[in-house]
Every structure is written in structure tokens, then in C-alpha cells.
Design a protein around this ligand. Structure first.
Ligand SMILES: C[S@@+](CC[C@H](N)C(=O)[O-])C[C@H]1O[C@@H](n2cnc3c(N)ncnc32)[C@H](O)[C@@H]1O
Length: 304
């Protein structure tokens, strides 16, 4: 486990938008290390925070961190935001004032080699955020067909050498287990033409991203999850989503647009907000972030 905390991305912009409504209950659907939650608790003394995460390690870090200053003002739950309606019903909180989704992977997960998210280490090919789930990245590379592998790499990784990498994986696994990040990186390097291996970041970045999205099923139920968050907002409440992948951002954009089209939401961000140059320089992992915010209309059609 690493000692440093995940740096919350676009925290002033995100929290600034959400705090326009002075929330009494804020739901952080992706608590992580609690960076965004901490900012809300600091800046809004009247707010109680509920935090969900599927990763027990993240929960224990956030719990320890937040309770130093804010004991009694937050509740951290091992919960999947795709079960948001059930979880809120279980804790007897039907509606919240603000909700945040900070999608994707945390720096803590990436920087812990044993979790297998990173192409730098040589950890086991795992990549599960929720260790209670069964499917690992190793299972995918060892059992998916060449066509399925190529589809995932192209769609979730936007990897232009998806077919070549899928072919090389299937060839390699005939002779041996592909069980570690290092073994997969070697295969990817063999599959990508030498001239394409320079520039454009690490050659395994897109494949690792694609496998992570598949392992954690990050895209399929996203629209439903965002709608669930939205419909658990009190009228006048605010929803913010930070995404890091064009597929995710498309889902967020289309979901918000259709809610605005039906008169249920007001778009606070017509175009997504992106991080400033200074933030990207300090925290390169913020570079692909897009922030979209929407406000739920009052029941009678007026906005507060
Ligand atoms: C980018 S991090 C959040 C970082 C956090 N905002 C902070 O400032 O520390 C995303 C977190 O969402 C969690 N996560 C991913 N999918 C989830 C899901 N379906 N339900 C709940 N949490 C999820 C991950 O385990 C990870 O800890």
C-alpha cells in the first residue's frame, strides 16, 4: 500500500459547483482516498457525507483520514454505486442534495503493484477494484477469444494495434500462463511495430486501461447508475461527474442532455470543464479529466 493519498482531480471546480446548493447530505459515489469528500467537509460545515466504494482498502484509508477531523460527519460504506437505490434504502436516506461520481481508478490502486493495475510493476494480473468479484485480468487474457480480446482493446483502450496484440496474446498463452503484468507487457511490446513504440506514452497503457474497464465492468451500467444518482437528488440538487475516458464522457453527456431535453435538468456545464495547465503539470493523471455538472429541476419546473 502506498503512503501518499490520491490527489483529487479538479477539486476546486467540482466542489465549487456542488456547494452552490449548500448540501445537508452529500453522496460521494466513489470515495477513493476521500480527497473530494474532505474538501466538502472542510468547506461546508453543515454537510453530512455518505461515501461509497467497492475497494475495502480505499474505504479504510478514507475512513481513517476523514475521522481525524470529521468524526460523526460521514459514513463510509462498502457499496457499489450501481446498487445506489438499494443501498440508500437500506440506510434509510431516500434523497440527497448533491452527488459526485469520480470515475476510474485511483492513484493508490495504480501504485500498488500487488493489485495488478499498473504496467510498471510486475504484480499479478488482477485489476479488481472489488476483491469480492470473480473475474480478473488474468482470466480475460487467458480465456477470451481473439475476437473478444481485439474488441475490448479497440473499444475500451482505443488501441489501434488491438488485433495484433490480441493475436500475440492468444499465441503466447498456448505455451504458458500469462499471469503477471510484466509477462503481458512483453507480449504487447512484441505485438506493436518498433516504430510505433516510441512516443505516445507506454505501449501497454491502452491495453491495461481496456482490461481494467472490462474487469470492473465500468461502462456497461454507467448510464443507469448516473440516472439513479440523479433521481435520488432532491429537487434543486446537483450532480457532478468526473470522467477520464471518451466513452465515459459520451455516456455522461448524452444522459445529461436527455435529462435537460425532458426538462428535468439544467446543464450547469454546457461544455465539460477540463483541468488547467498548472494542475496537469502537477498531476499528469488529471490530464484527460472532464467535469460535467447538472442541476435537478424543481418539481414544478422552476430552478432554485
Ligand atoms: C478516481 S477514484 C476516486 C478518488 C476520490 N475522489 C478521491 O479524491 O480520493 C475512483 C474510486 O471509485 C471506486 N469505484 C470504482 N467503481 C466503483 C463502483 N461501481 N462503486 C463504488 N466505487 C467504485 C474505485 O475503487 C476508486 O477508489
Amino acid at each position: 500500500m502506498t503512503d501518499s493519498f490520491h490527489r483529487p482531480v479538479m477539486a476546486p471546480e467540482t466542489i465549487g459547483c456542488l456547494l452552490q446548493v449548500r448540501p445537508s447530505i452529500h453522496l460521494d459515489c466513489t470515495l477513493g482516498d476521500g480527497g473530494h469528500a474532505l474538501e466538502i467537509l472542510r468547506r461546508s460545515p453543515e454537510t453530512f457525507v455518505i461515501g461509497f466504494d467497492v475497494d475495502r482498502e480505499a474505504l479504510s484509508v478514507a475512513e481513517e483520514r476523514l475521522s481525524r477531523e470529521f468524526k460523526g460527519r460521514f459514513l463510509a460504506l462498502k457499496a457499489d454505486y450501481r446498487r445506489l437505490p438499494e443501498v440508500l434504502a437500506e440506510i434509510g436516506i431516500p434523497m440527497v442534495d448533491t452527488v459526485l461520481y469520480d470515475l476510474g481508478v485511483s492513484s493508490r490502486q495504480l501504485d500498488t503493484p500487488e493489485r495488478g493495475f499498473s504496467y510498471w510493476g510486475d504484480g499479478p494480473l488482477d485489476m479488481r477494484m472489488d476483491l469480492g468479484r470473480v473475474l480478473t485480468a488474468r482470466d480475460i487474457v487467458m480465456t477470451y477469444s481473439e475476437e473478444e480480446l481485439a474488441r475490448i482493446l479497440a473499444e475500451y483502450g482505443e488501441e489501434k494495434f488491438a488485433r495484433r496484440i490480441a493475436r500475440e496474446i492468444v499465441k503466447a498463452r498456448r505455451n504458458r500462463e500469462i499471469g503477471t503484468a510484466g509477462a503481458l507487457v512483453d507480449i504487447i511490446k512484441r505485438a506493436i511495430p518498433a516504430r510505433a513504440r516510441t512516443g505516445g506514452g507506454h505501449p501497454a497503457r491502452r491495453t491495461f486501461q481496456a482490461l481494467r474497464i472490462e474487469v470492473n465492468d465500468e461502462i456497461r451500467l454507467l448510464q443507469r447508475a448516473i440516472l439513479d444518482g440523479f433521481y435520488h437528488l432532491k429537487p434543486g440538487g446537483m450532480i457532478a461527474v468526473l470522467s477520464y475516458h471518451s466513452l465515459e464522457d459520451r455516456v455522461v453527456k448524452n444522459t445529461f442532455r436527455s435529462l435537460a431535453g425532458s426538462g428535468e435538468a439544467n446543464l450547469v456545464t454546457r461544455k465539460p470543464k477540463t483541468p488547467g495547465a498548472e494542475e496537469v503539470e502537477e498531476n499528469p493523471r488529471a490530464r484527460s479529466a472532464k467535469l460535467r455538472v447538472a442541476k435537478r429541476e424543481m418539481a414544478n419546473g422552476t430552478l432554485i
